[in-house]
Design a protein around this ligand. Structure first.
Ligand code: ADE
Length: 234
């Protein structure tokens, strides 16, 4: 077992590299991969940068060059559901590329030639992530755990009209971000078990950019660090 841990931004992974035993840094394709032990688990941590292509490139490299057997993506997301609030955690059961639209050749959202619009996460990894998140949230004053559909697209969502239109097509969508469903496609195609865990930083509306910046700077790293720690120690 070798665990790949991906985040888009440094703030979403802050502290993990420092917590690594015997860290070894490798530069490849404009990214820094750090291999070492995270609480006894052989791991490789990396920042993907933002967007689906960046995430796909990173996930593929983790598998093909660094030999990871499992992948976790940890970061923040915008809420797309009235029941999901800033400070809550969403563990993905499945992910959709919400900007995928090859109509009329394929149905909207379907990843061409996979037959799938909802890419499922690994049940065991997600179960373990949910347990790790629950144990962390017990130490917080507020914050709820949700499990369900996360959408990814090459777009920072801050337009309520766009969100409303998307939600009409995907009523069970809990959150949006910009990488998870790309990692999901790579892991599906390479047969690698993976999970996605996202802390809600904003409500994907007019205030999203300001809320996002504040959350990422002040809160995100504590969530990511503790959830990954709980995951590795389970
Ligand atoms: N990540 C965090 N908030 C987001 C938003 N509103 N849109 C896309 N990705 C996000």
């Amino acid at each position: 077992m070798r665990l790949g841990v991906i985040s888009a931004l440094a703030e979403e992974q802050h502290g993990l590299i420092e917590a690594m035993r015997s860290p070894q840094r490798h530069l490849h394709g404009m990214r820094e991969y750090t291999a070492g032990k995270l609480w006894e688990i052989d791991s490789v941590c990396v920042l993907s940068r933002i967007g689906k292509v960046a995430a796909a490139m990173t996930a593929t490299t983790l598998v093909e060059k660094f030999g990871v057997t499992h992948i976790i993506f940890t970061g923040v997301a915008g809420s797309t559901d009235p029941g999901v609030h800033v400070g809550d955690i969403v563990v993905a059961e499945s992910l959709v590329q919400h900007d995928m639209d090859a109509r009329p050749l394929f149905p909207q959202f379907e990843v061409p030639l996979t037959g799938l619009s909802r890419l499922p996460t690994d049940r065991q990894v997600s179960q373990k992530l949910a347990g790790a998140a629950r144990r962390f949230l017990e130490t917080e004053e507020k914050g709820k755990l949700h499990r369900g559909l996360i959408g990814s697209g090459d777009q920072f969502m801050s337009d309520p009209a766009r969100l409303k239109a998307l939600k009409a097509l995907l009523p069970d969508l809990l959150a949006v971000e910009m990488e998870g469903a790309a990692v999901a496609q790579v892991c599906f195609e390479l047969g690698v078990p993976f999970g996605v865990i996202r802390t809600i930083s904003d409500n994907a509306n007019e205030d999203a950019a300001v809320d996002f910046m504040h959350f990422v700077k002040h809160v995100a790293s504590r969530y990511a660090f503790n959830v990954i720690k709980n995951y590795c120690q389970a």
